[in-house]
Design a protein around this ligand. Structure first.
Ligand code: ADP
Length: 402
């Protein structure tokens, strides 16, 4: 079964065509600058063939047309007919409290997603646009929604309630949801395989460090706590997001600088984090380079970033009564030896010790813990698209049998 996996943003659509049975990526790419001048589609085929096309890509429906055209093209394509796409899997950011797993997209599901727009105003509208663009281009092809929030839906109340009046939870559903769930789920599964153990017997701390960063305590397969909250702003320091913050600070700054609600949101989401502290960049590579060149603020940004990861490792070990493995993933988690070293430093009391030689090895998936230590430290490249493809295949196969 070939599954078209889509991640629709406001002005971009990332895609992969995956053969589910063989777990093989046939092609993938991104449409960028949708609705703007200079829109492009970049596609890479499984054999390395690359092509970039410019076009007038006015909306998501046209973006999907472009994607289909390239997948079908004689010179750069991988399929010969639209019907070779058997199902579509969408990454959907917010499933609210309704979705604790992936679902077939039906009119009822679309209605619920619309109701959840308020919870994810920056993301869910584009996901909905992607769904209707597929309806227009590939009518009748089953579509499945895979939610970033779903994996965290089994968190206990003590982990997801905030210390504000309960009525605000009842009325507005203000609670911790958590995000990056597909990634946390994938690396937790993979970790169990690497360790040759059952997920149901492991206490894992999964650490997704990309532009957005989050951690989860995965207790015997269940996410029991996670650092992102009602929105992706909470928790770890990120590229441009502040992460944890005394909320009173924002009220104070709004008063001092006369910021509007929107401006305050922009400050916390776009001008904070690594970028905000360093004043240099939101990119960890540049932060590390400048820190090593002696830039003080880059050093502070690196230290706050790594310290917070360490702090949550301690917190989540406490939440689960122990930890069997810490897993690093995401662009920073997979590549930054410096962050891994700093985040694990001093955690010997939890059995966490990094072997620097293994840490530096070029292998992508690896166990970097020192021999003889109690807790594994794993580096696992994430693969959210594969999870989306496999969930989609499972749901569509079940549909056929029904
Ligand atoms: P996104 O969350 O947008 O998917 P990624 O998972 O690709 O982002 O992560 C982007 C981050 O990964 C950036 O901060 C980038 O600097 C960092 N990164 C990528 N490669 C390296 C590397 N070799 N060393 C350190 N950081 C890296």
């Amino acid at each position: 079964m070939n599954i078209l996996v889509l991640n629709c943003g406001s002005s971009s659509v990332k895609y992969q065509l995956i053969n589910g049975a063989e777990q093989k990526k046939l092609a993938g790419g991104v449409v960028e600058r949708i609705g703007m001048s200079g829109a492009t589609l970049s596609n890479v085929r499984y054999d390395g063939d690359e092509i970039k096309i410019a076009g007038e890509i006015v909306d998501h429906t046209v973006a999907i047309e472009y994607i289909l055209a390239i997948l079908l093209s004689r010179n750069h394509g991988v399929i010969s007919d639209k019907s070779d796409i058997h199902a579509i899997g969408h990454r959907v950011v917010h499933g609210g409290e309704t979705f604790s797993g992936s679902v077939l997209i039906t009119p009822e599901v679309i209605k619920t997603l619309k109701e959840n727009i308020e919870l994810a105003p920056l993301h869910n509208p584009h996901n909905l646009r992607g769904i209707s663009a597929c309806d227009a281009n590939l009518p009748g092809t089953p579509q499945v929604g895979v939610f970033d929030t779903a994996f965290h839906q089994r968190m206990p109340k003590k982990a997801y309630l905030y210390g504000i009046p309960y009525a605000l939870y009842s009325q507005y559903k203000i609670r911790r949801y958590g995000f990056h769930g597909t990634s946390h789920r994938y690396v937790a599964d993979r970790a169990a395989r690497m360790l040759g153990r059952n997920l149901s017997e492991l206490r894992l701390i999964t650490t997704h460090l990309g532009n957005g960063c989050s951690m989860a305590a995965v207790d015997r397969g269940v996410s029991v706590d996670t650092t992102m909250g009602f929105t992706p702003l909470e928790g770890l320091l990120m590229g441009t997001r502040s992460g944890d913050l005394d909320t009173q600070i924002i009220l104070y700054i709004m008063g001092k600088e006369g910021l509007t609600l929107n401006e305050a949101g922009t400050l916390l989401n776009k001008h904070s984090g690594l970028q905000g502290i360093s004043g240099i960049s939101s990119d960890m590579r540049e932060i590390v380079t400048e820190m090593k060149n002696g830039d003080r603020k880059a050093g502070y940004a690196f230290d706050v970033f790594s310290y917070r990861v360490k702090k949550y490792i301690g917190a989540y070990a406490a939440a689960m009564g122990g930890v069997d493995a810490v897993i690093f993933t995401g662009g920073i988690g997979e590549n930054s030896t410096d962050v891994r070293t700093a985040a694990c430093e001093g955690l010997g009391f939890l059995g966490i010790e990094v072997d620097e030689e293994k840490n530096l090895s070029k292998e992508k998936e690896k166990n970097i813990s020192r021999a003889g230590t109690k807790t594994a430290v794993l580096v696992i490249p994430t693969n959210e698209e594969l999870v989306i493809a496999l969930d989609t295949m499972e749901i569509v196969n079940a549909l056929k049998k029904a």
